[in-house]
Design a protein around this ligand. Structure first.
Ligand code: B1M
Length: 211
């Protein structure tokens, strides 16, 4: 079994104590950090999601897998090309109200910070008022909303609506993403930008800043 496969299996099984060591070993073997992230961790969360959908596993198993992935990402973070020397913009980012999923949001933050942004993490289950309050900081250029549930897509719509109606709308760009979100939905709710994954989000954020 390859090291990546070992990581994937350990994430799937929620072995939070084992994953960091395996990630260190993979890095020491010279494996590409992005490959470790994508094939060793993100793909496993897809497998976990499928098993949950098919009633093969339940919420506690999903939770331990998520914890194991987080531990692995902590080890990976310094190796993902972080360059925080310059700040090219300020972003606020949160998972919308009613939604507790934060792995994707945290990855987006990590990649956007690596691209040179200062990011204020509002956390999960973020009410509209909190997004508005944070975005009213005159230094904020981009507001990012994440949603992982079809049932919280309306909360994203409401959040974007409130941001679109805010007096500071001209100063900010609104980015949205998350597994159920599509370009079509982003256009419909009036967001400025949709991206499918964290790497694309970082590229898009730079473009929004004219970089
Ligand atoms: Co939940 N969950 N979950 N879950 N969970 C999903 C999302 C689900 C698809 C599983 C399934 O049924 N196959 C399903 C949603 C179904 C639907 O809405 N159609 C689901 C469900 C049903 C639920 C509960 C309702 C289960 C229950 O209680 N019965 C419940 C809801 C709780 C709540 O939020 N109110 C729930 C709970 C949980 C846990 C707490 C156990 C745990 C989350 C732990 C945590 O995040 N701290 C969890 C997990 C782990 C998952 C799965 C397995 C994995 C999610 C994940 O982290 N993926 C997930 C299945 C799946 O996704 N296949 C599932 C990896 C992550 C890197 O990907 O988050 O998509 P993702 O982020 C990507 C992109 O989407 C994008 O970039 C990221 C990185 O590339 N992106 C952005 C994300 N945000 C972005 C923002 C951007 C741009 C890009 O710009 C601003």
């Amino acid at each position: 079994m390859s090291k990546i496969e070992e990581i994937a299996q350990a994430v799937e099984m929620g072995k939070a104590k084992v994953v960091p060591g395996l990630v260190e070993e993979a890095l020491a073997e010279g494996l590409d950090p992005m490959e470790i992230l994508n094939k060793g961790m993100i793909d496993s969360m897809g497998v976990v999601g499928e098993k949950f959908k098919n009633n093969e596993i339940f919420v506690p198993e999903m939770l331990v897998a998520a914890r194991a992935m987080k531990k692995g990402v902590e080890v990976l973070k310094p190796h993902l090309g972080a360059d925080n020397s310059a700040t090219i913009g300020k972003m606020v980012m949160g998972t919308v109200a009613g939604d507790l999923h934060d792995i994707g949001k945290n990855l987006v933050i990590m990649m956007i910070e690596s691209a040179g942004f200062e990011v204020i993490d509002l956390g999960v289950d973020v009410p509209i008022e909190r997004f508005i309050e944070a975005a009213s900081d005159p230094d904020v250029n981009i507001v990012g909303c994440s949603a992982l549930l079809t049932t919280t897509m309306p909360a994203m719509e409401e959040t974007v609506k409130a941001l679109n109606e805010a007096p500071f709308r001209d100063r900010i760009k609104i980015m949205v993403g998350g597994a159920p979100i599509t370009q079509e939905f982003a256009d419909k709710i009036g967001a400025d930008c949709y991206t499918e994954d964290a790497a694309a989000a970082a590229e898009a954020a730079k473009k929004l800043m004219g970089k």
